[in-house]
Structure formats: structure tokens, C-alpha cells
Ligand binder design. Structure first.
Ligand code: KG4
Ligand code: ZN
Length: 337
């Protein structure tokens, strides 16, 4: 079964072709970063308009790249939520309309299901069950994954998501949007012994997170300093160390609590090299396995949506003709496959 995947939930337009027999055939991503950069963050209306402009040309380029005709496609998957409502509606309307005109079934995919299944595109792919640490701009979740669609949330953030905390802290250090990668780069020049930030909610049982206090901690530390370049780097380093160690502590706890010896790390913050290294070391120490998507599939991409869609369409799941999106949507509401 050949499935076209469309991702348009935020500031990336991404398309991919996944074949259940041949694997991933092609994928293309168009980033809107230059469009939003001058505003310091994503402007929803500009995002929607750019998805309108880019989606169909990207689909055409994708089919050319893969040497595939529209008539070869057997199903269509688009991101139906969570995300920006206007941006989601563009992908859903185009996806639904293409599927109707091609006479193939369509399915709306949960964006975070896409992220958590992204490591399935790698070799070796994780086996079920596994624990997923999902760390993106909008989410910080620990999920027990028993199979496609069988998700139990073990931990969630009480306030800011990890990526959001990276972005906000980066902004107050004067770094450009999106701040996560910029802050990580600055942290490389930082001295890890100068400041020590708290590891939020690690001193009590449970798997929930809270990151908004770290941003405030960074702000007060910055305001009480000379504001020089070395201090900015030292704050970036202290912030990143705190986030990374918090995730290491919670992931170790999740593995020990569930007895599940496999961890998947996905979402944009999963591209963070310090996080990847620290989690690998911790999982090695436990004699357990950790799986990551390739770096380009940590952030938003079409491949993860095409893959999740293929799993669901192959199982006979379909969407009716209505164009529906869910800006808020819990992973636990999804039907099992
Ligand atoms: O998954 P994603 O591309 O989009 C959402 O679904 O939100 O995640 C984007 C987030 C942004 O907050 C970005 O700053 C963060 O991931 N990010 C990083 C890194 N690369 C991207 N955060 C920390 N270190 C990185 N290397
Ligand atoms: Zn995402």
C-alpha cells in the first residue's frame, strides 16, 4: 500500500511517500523559519497561508522525485491535530480533497503519534512495548506504547513543554527563533560549574514535568549578572544541563516503574545532542535499549505521518468525507490498530 503523508500542524510543510512493502520512498520538507523569524515566533495566519501556497507544489515535486504517478497512490494521511487550527485545516482540506478526487481512503493522524512512531522508520526499529519520551515545542510526555494506537500517558508537563522552555529561555538570552538549537549551540561554550539550576519535580515521586520555573530561574540569574557573553553561555549550559538531567531521572524512573527495557526519544528536542548522549549512557547503565529517529525526523516531517497513516489505513481505518481537525487531542483517545 502506497500512502501519501501531509504534515502542516505548525511551521513546516512536509510531504512523504511511504510504501508498506518498500518503505519510505521520498520525503520533502519546507521550513517556514525565515517567514516567522522577524516576529520572534510563529504567526499562525502567516503559517496557514504558506501551507496553502506550498502543499500542492511539494506534492508534485514529491511524486516526481519518487517517480510515482498519482494513480499509484492507495491512501492519504494528513495531520489532524494537535496544532494550529488554521494550519491543520489547510492540510486536512487538501488531503481530504486529493483523496476524494483520487478515489482512495484518507485518515487524519495525531501529530504526536507520528513523532512516537518515527523511530519505526529506522533499522533496527524498536519492538513493542516501549516507553516514549516525546519532547517537542508543544509537548513533554512520557508514554507507554503497547502497540500502534495503544498509548498510556505516564507523565505530562504541568506548564511549559520542553521545546517551549528552550525557546523562551533562548529569547531572554537574546537568541533568535527557533531558540532550541541556538541555545544548545551557545551551551557548548558554557561552563557547567558556574550556575546550578533546579531539576524540577525530581524530588518527589511521579513522572510529570514542570519547566516554566527554569525559564524564570534563567531570567533572574541573567538580571543579576553583568549580562556578558560568557554569562549568557554559562546560563544556556546550566539550563540545558537541568533539562537533560531531569529527563534522565524521569526516564530511568519510567523504565524501572514499568519494567519496559526500551526507550524511544522523539520530537524536536530529541535532536538535542546532550540529551541523546545522556539518555544513551543512562540506558546503557541499565542494560536497556534506546532508539532515536534520524536527526531530520526528530522535528516535524511528512514521513512520520505517512508511516502512521499506512499502519492505520492498512488496518482498515478511514475518515469520512468531513474535513475535521482537533487542535487539542489526547493520545489516549486514539483507537488501537
Ligand atoms: O517537534 P517539533 O519540530 O515541533 C513541534 O511539534 O512542536 O519541535 C520543535 C521544538 C522547538 O521548540 C525547538 O526549539 C526544539 O524543538 N528544538 C530543540 C533542538 N532542536 C529543536 N531544542 C533543544 N535542542 C535542540 N537541538
Ligand atoms: Zn512536532
Amino acid at each position: 500500500m502506497l500512502v501519501l503523508g501531509l504534515e502542516s500542524s505548525c511551521d513546516e510543510t512536509a510531504v512523504a511517500l511511504y510504501d508498506t512493502a518498500g518503505g519510505l520512498l521520498a520525503h520533502i520538507l519546507h521550513s517556514q523559519i525565515p517567514l516567522h523569524a522577524e516576529y520572534g515566533g510563529v504567526v499562525p495566519e502567516l503559517a496557514s497561508r504558506d501551507h496553502v501556497r506550498k502543499t500542492l507544489p511539494l506534492v508534485r515535486a514529491l511524486l516526481d522525485d519518487a517517480g510515482v504517478k498519482a494513480s499509484d497512490i492507495n491512501g492519504l494521511a494528513y495531520t489532524a491535530g494537535p496544532g494550529l487550527v488554521g494550519a491543520l485545516l489547510v492540510g486536512a482540506a487538501i488531503g481530504r480533497a486529493l483523496a476524494w478526487s483520487w478515489g482512495v481512503p484518507a485518515i487524519g493522524i495525531h501529530h504526536m503519534e507520528g513523532h512516537l512512531l518515527a523511530p519505526m522508520l529506522e533499522d533496527p526499529a524498536p519492538e513493542f512495548p516501549f516507553i516514549a519520551l516525546l519532547v517537542s515545542g508543544g509537548h513533554s510526555l512520557l508514554v507507554q506504547v503497547d502497540g500502534v494506537g495503544s498509548y498510556r500517558i505516564l507523565g505530562d508537563t504541568l506548564d511549559d513543554a520542553a521545546g517551549e522552555a528552550f525557546d523562551k529561555t533562548a529569547k531572554l538570552l537574546g537568541l533568535n527563533y527557533p531558540g532550541g538549537p541556538a541555545l544548545a549551540a551557545l551551551a557548548l561554550q558554557g561552563d557547567s560549574t558556574r550556575f546550578r539550576f533546579p531539576r524540577p519535580m525530581t524530588d518527589r515521586p511521579g513522572l510529570d514535568f514542570s519547566f516554566s520555573g527554569l525559564k524564570t530561574f534563567a531570567l533572574t540569574t541573567f538580571q543579576n549578572s553583568a549580562g556578558d557573553d560568557q554569562t549568557r553561555a554559562d546560563i544556556a549550559r546550566a539550563f540545558e544541563d537541568a533539562v537533560v538531567e531531569t529527563f534522565v531521572i524521569k526516564c530511568r524512573r519510567a523504565v524501572q516503574q514499568t519494567g519496559i527495557q526500551r526507550l524511544v526519544v522523539a520530537g524536536g528536542v530529541g535532536a538535542n545532542r546532550s540529551l541523546r548522549k545522556a539518555l544513551r549512557e543512562m540506558m546503557d547503565e541499565l542494560g536497556a535499549e534506546v532508539f532515536y529517529p534520524r536527526l531530520e525526523f526528530c522535528g516535524d516531517n511528512g514521513a512520520m505521518i505517512a508511516y502512521a497513516g499506512a499502519c492505520r489505513l492498512l488496518a482498515g481505518q478511514r475518515q469520512d468525507l468531513a474535513v475535521e481537525v482537533r487542535p487539542r487531542w489526547s493520545l489516549e483517545e486514539l483507537p488501537a490498530v
